[in-house]
Design a protein around this ligand. Sequence first.
Ligand SMILES: NC(=O)C1=CN([C@@H]2O[C@H](COP(=O)(O)OP(=O)(O)OC[C@H]3O[C@@H](n4cnc5c(N)ncnc54)[C@H](O)[C@@H]3O)[C@@H](O)[C@H]2O)C=CC1
Ligand SMILES: O=C(O)CCC(=O)C(=O)O
Length: 490
Amino acid sequence: MIVFQKKTYTFAIATTAKKRDEGLEPSADNNYTKEEVNQPIKSKKMMKATEVVESLKQRFPNEPEYIQAVSQVLGTIEEEYNKHPEFEKANLIERLCIPDRLVQFRVTWIDDRGNVQTNMGYRVQHNNAIGPYKGGLRYHASVNLSILKFLAFEQTFKNSLTTLPMGGAKGGSDFSPRGKSNAEVMRFCQAFMTELYRHIGPDEDVPAGDIGVGGREVGYMFGMYKKLTHRFEGILTGKGQEFGGSRIRPEATGYGNVYFLQNMLKTAGKDLAGKTVLVSGSGNVAQYTVEKLIQLGAKAVTLSDSDGYIYDPDGIDAEKLAYVMELKNVERGRIREYAEKYGVKYVEGAKPWFEKADIATPCATQNEINEEAAKALVANGVIAVSEGANMPTVPEAIKVFQDAKILYCPGKASNAGGVAVSGLEMSQNSERLRWSREEVDQKLHDIMDDIHANCVKYGTQPDGYINYVKGANVAGFLKVAKAMMAQGIV
Ligand SMILES: NC(=O)C1=CN([C@@H]2O[C@H](COP(=O)(O)OP(=O)(O)OC[C@H]3O[C@@H](n4cnc5c(N)ncnc54)[C@H](O)[C@@H]3O)[C@@H](O)[C@H]2O)C=CC1
Ligand SMILES: O=C(O)CCC(=O)C(=O)O
C-alpha cells in the first residue's frame, strides 16, 4: 500500500513536470510557463525597485535604516538589473537584499563596581559571493539590527568596489565605550569575543573597527580570540603595528576619502589646494581626513561630536590636529575642549553644515545631513560633498545636491579606502609579510582611482553630470551579481 501511494505521488510529479516542460503548467519556482520563458526579454517579468522595497518593508517593518539603504541602491540599479532577465529568474534581488545570516547573542560583563552588566552582540553576515565576510564592528548605544543590516548591505557593494575579494558584513553591540574605564572596555571586548569567535575566521569572516571600535578594542578582542583558539591568525584587521596590523590602516579611510575628493574635483577642472572644508566627527575618519587635507593645502574649519561642533576660521593645522588626536584617542574628551583651548566658536547641539565653505565631508554617523542642511550648503556655494561616514546624507538631501549638480559621492565609494587597506592587511597576514608605508599608500591611491573610474563609467549621464550614487551602486552590484549567478542558487 505504501509503495503504491509513493508510486502514484511520483507519477503525479512526473506528469506535472512533463506538462510544465511542454509549457502547459507554470513551474513552481518562478511562475513562468515555457512559453513565457521563450518570449522576448521586454515582455518578461521585470524587477520593480519600489515593489521590492515595499515587500521588504512589510517583512521588516521596524528597520528604517536598512530600508533606506536598500531603497537607495535598488532605485539606481533597476535599469541595469532588468537588462539581465536571468537575474530576476534567479530571484537575485531578494537574495542580494536579505542577509545570509544574522548572529545575535548576549554579552555579559562586570563593571568596575562589581555590577553584572548585559549588552546585545550582533554579527550580520550579508553576502560572501566574492570573498569572506568583511566589515567593521560598531560599539554605540544606538546599535540595533536595522543599523547593522544597513551597514552590512552597504559594505557588500563597497567591498566589491575595492577590487579586492571581500564579501560584506557588519557587527557590534549597544555597549557604549563612552565614560567606561579602560578595564571595563577590556572586559567587555573579551566577553564579546567569547561569543563571536565561533563565527569568524581568516577565510570565513574578518571583522575590524567602526564607531567606538579602534586599535584598543581590536587589540583586546584579538588577545581573547588567541586565548580561546590557541591560534595566531588574521581574524581581525586594524590590528596593532606590532602584531600583524597594516601600515596606513588607521589613516586609510580618511586618506582615501580625500584622494577620492581630489579625483572628483579634477573631473570639474578644480583643485583642492586653498579650499575651505567643513568636516563633521572627530574620530578616526575625521582625524585622518583633516590630516590629508592639511597635507594637500586645504583648510578644515570644523569638527564635531555628538554634543556639538567647533568652528575655527584660521583652520585646524597640524599642531591643533595633534591636540585633537590626544583629546579624542587618549583622554577621550569632548570637542568643546578644543574651543576652550583655542578660543574659537563652539555650538552646542548643532551640526556644522550652516557654516560657509567650499567643500563638506561628513565623517561622523548616518543621517547627519538633512534636506535643510543640504539646501544651506548649496546656497553657501559648496562645490563638493564627499562622504567619510556611511550613509550620512538623507535621500531628500542627496536630491538637493544632485539637482544643484554639485559633486556628490556616497560613502560606499569615497570611504572604501579603510576596508581596502583592511583587505591589504589580510593579504599581508596570509603571506606573513609586512609592506612599507609607501607601498600601502600607493595601493590605496590606485584603488581609490579605480573606484572613481568605475563611478564615472557607470554614472556619467547624457549631459555629462556624474551621478556617483548610480555609478557606485551599479559597479558594486554587477560584480556581486555575476558571482552569485555563477555559484548557483545557494
Ligand atoms: N573606521 C573606519 O575605517 C571606517 C569608518 N566609516 C564610517 O565613518 C564614520 C565614523 O567612524 P569612525 O571615525 O571610525 O568612528 P569613531 O568612533 O572613531 O568616531 C565617530 C565620531 O562620530 C561622532 N558621532 C557618533 N555618533 C554621533 C552622533 N549621533 N552625532 C554626531 N556625532 C556622532 C563621535 O563623536 C566621533 O567623533 C561612521 O559612519 C563609520 O561607519 C566608514 C568606513 C571605514
Ligand atoms: O576595515 C573593515 O573591515 C571595515 C571598515 C568599515 O567598517 C567600513 O568600511 O564601513
